[in-house]
Design a protein. Structure first.
Length: 523
């Protein structure tokens, strides 16, 4: 028979050992789970990471990334996959009917929510001779001079970063900068021995600047892989104040082209002026019938369904826009009267002539009556407006002005039959989206910014531009918020694109704050 005291002692040791293991497991869990950081802690961690973020962005920018060159995009995809794998992501390249997409996934134990982040790695075409540096793909750090120009640093010691310094290069802002901010925020989380409080998926587009043609086809084959609870779009500029910004929607974009006709070929204006109808005047009269002198659209039904409750008006009024500064920047004396302020103007669909042509101007001009006149027009949509309906309203309006509207170029017989012809080509385009700022996602992100920055974010109800991922958002049926990170005056799509380093600092902190803010605690 075993010694009772020995048996009891053995059981005690086993019991204590089990308790010790439990404590150790709990300690490890506490150490690795996300912990909400104070603003001061976030600032200190970001400061340490700034120069490595700048260096990695410069390496990324060095890869040319115009989507018209598939070989260049392939090199960008390989670099991106490697950078994501370094941060512990499982990566895959999703085939589409166009160029492929990059998907990265990080599963967090016991996480109940999944956040899908959207970025794009492609950039606008480059005309190197228009840049104020030798190579648009070799980043240059510059500071502003007294006369407002930007001058390259001769030698920069890796010391304190000045918010007003700027890193120039193609895609520094649109959209490689935000990708690198996210990657370096993940580095900080890993260095702090933490994990995000939610599963992370990252989808990186390779043809955003070409309209993201592959996104829709990706959904047909890979929808299950892309499922998430929330979507965060990290593209586009912050508010011009450079304060942390949350944008809860974007306008869509439809459009149409109108062609009006005069003589079948251009005619001598001396012989046929006052006789052959001038298509440019016909087009001008048609276009001016669509808007009044204050810029309001006169087409019946164009603004149907647009209303603002007191809370919405309060949200728009809280955005710190400076009307005088906006008008000075545009060099306009007065603005159109659609809405009572800038933010309100974005809540309505817009009608914009984006290009016109009739014969030639300048050295090639002749004294002729043109044969035809063409206008290309876009309609920025809001969630209350359907693209097809809006295009149909325009077509109906043209008919009411006495034009015969055709869906093809007129035949000789049609030209002789109808006195006024308009060839109309319409496109329902991309829809708008808007997420309620009081939805759980909005509550989480607003609380995250307020807690991390010590101030409320600039909340933009809907931005004026269009992101091509809207059909993607709608197909996945998830709420989405745009979290812009770069400076408004970054020259995106233009020569001398740049990233203000104050925005790099804020953007890195924003990514870090999101990656360490539990969703469930904010609801």
């Amino acid at each position: 028979m075993p010694d009772q005291s020995t048996s009891s002692s053995s059981k005690t040791r086993v019991f204590l050992s089990a308790i010790g293991c439990t404590i150790l497991i709990l300690a490890l869990a506490l150490r690795t789970s996300a912990q909400k950081m104070t603003p001061q802690k976030l600032d200190a961690l970001v400061e340490k990471q700034l120069w490595s973020t700048i260096d990695e962005l410069s390496a990324y920018v060095a890869l040319p990334n115009d989507a018209v060159n598939p070989d260049d995009i392939a090199k960008n995809i390989a670099w991106t996959e490697k950078a994501l794998a370094k941060r512990g992501f499982q990566t895959s390249v999703l085939k589409t009917n166009q160029l492929p997409l990059v998907l990265a996934e990080k599963t967090v134990p016991k996480a109940t929510k999944t956040v899908l982040f959207y970025f794009h790695l492609d950039g606008q075409p480059v005309r190197a001779n228009e840049w104020q540096q030798k190579d648009p793909f070799v980043t240059v750090l510059k500071e502003k001079t007294a006369n407002g120009d930007y001058k390259e640093f001769a030698n920069v010691a890796k010391a304190a970063v000045n918010d007003e310094w700027r890193l120039f290069g193609r895609s520094t802002s649109d959209d490689k900068g935000p990708i690198i901010m996210m990657l370096n925020a993940l580095d900080i989380v890993q260095a702090e021995k933490q994990t995000p409080p939610f599963n992370v998926k990252i989808i990186i587009d390779t043809e955003e600047e070409k309209g993201s043609p592959g996104l829709k086809s990706a959904l047909a084959s890979h929808k299950d892989k892309l499922k998430a609870d929330y979507m965060i779009v990290m593209d586009g500029p912050m508010h011009s104040s450079n304060l942390p910004t949350l944008t809860f929607g974007c306008r869509g974009n439809a459009g149409f082209t109108i062609t009006t006709y005069g003589p079948v070929t251009p005619q001598h204006s001396g012989h046929f002026g006052n006789y052959a109808p001038n298509p440019a005047f016909r087009l001008a009269r048609l276009l001016t019938s669509m808007k009044d002198e204050q810029g309001r659209v006169l087409i019946p039904g164009f603004y149907d369904g647009i209303t603002f409750d007191p809370e919405t008006q309060k949200i728009m009024a809280a955005v710190p826009d400076n009307k005088s500064a906006i008008n000075k920047g545009l060099l306009i004396v007065d603005e159109e009267k659609v809405g009572t302020n800038y933010q309100e103007s974005l809540q309505y669909p817009s009608l914009n002539v984006r290009g016109m042509k009739s014969a030639e101007v300048g050295k090639g001009a002749g004294t002729i009556v043109p044969a035809e006149a063409v206008a290309m027009v876009d309609i920025r949509l809001v969630p209350e407006t359907d693209g097809k309906r809006m295009v149909d309203l325009v077509r109906q309006h043209i008919e009411k002005q006495g034009f015969t509207v055709l869906d093809h170029e007129p035949t000789p017989d049609e030209r002789l039959k109808y006195p006024q012809i308009a060839y109309f080509q319409g496109n329902a385009g991309t829809p708008a989206f808007r997420t309620n700022i009081n939805d759980p996602m909005g509550v989480w992100l607003r609380k995250t910014v307020t807690d991390s920055f010590g101030k409320d974010p600039v909340v933009v109800r809907i931005m004026g531009g269009t992101v091509p991922v809207v059909p993607f958002i709608q197909e996945l049926n998830i709420p989405a918020v745009i979290v812009p990170l770069v400076n408004m005056d970054n020259n995106q799509h233009s020569p001398n694109e740049n990233l203000r380093l104050g925005n790099l600092r804020t953007g890195l902190k924003m990514c870090l704050a999101i990656l360490t803010s539990p969703i469930q605690k904010a609801q």
